[in-house]
Ligand binder design. Sequence first.
Ligand code: 5GP
Length: 191
Amino acid sequence: MKKGLLIILSGPSGVGKNCVRQEIMKSGKLDLAYSISMTTREKREKEVDGVDYYFVSDEEFQKNIDAGNFLEWASFVGHRYGTPKDKVEELRNKGKNVFLEIEINGASQVLSKVHDDRVISFFLMPPSFAALEKRIRKRQTESEEIIQERLQKGLKEMTMTENYDHIIINDKISRAAQEIIDLVKAKAKKR
Ligand code: 5GP
């Protein structure tokens, strides 16, 4: 059996990574499993522990770092986020394509650690910076200070996309999702 693909999706905070990923999963067009990350950030109102993230304390996160449990981890605007390693391998070995929604430092760790050629990476871009700002404000989940930090971080991230295989413009969720589906299907066919 072919090992499943590792699909990386990055992009600035508020660009709509989550919506695009949900659209891809809903379509059922890819045999996909989502890797649930661990984070030290507080849960947002609509989020569910164990579905959106595993929400843990700083101590718990540190224990997982010390035990070598992460494929990658990174700090992002005051909190830590990491990908549990075992699950990813287990699913890929069963032939499932595994989807990681992670920021750029984590993505470059994965790209330097995973040495098989069944990895495909995407960077999701907003159609404009104004559109990104509008989206992040509409979400109404962060304070003004955090919004500014996330926007600044996003601006920087958008200049650091050279390691990604594909840049996708999120002008429309369904279109961006379909573009990713088509590229993943083409990659999956390759030996
Ligand atoms: P948020 O707090 O908005 O959910 O996520 C903040 C950023 O952390 C986003 O860019 C998100 O993709 C990224 N992120 C989520 N999980 C992980 C992870 O496991 N590792 C890394 N490196 N970044 C993550």
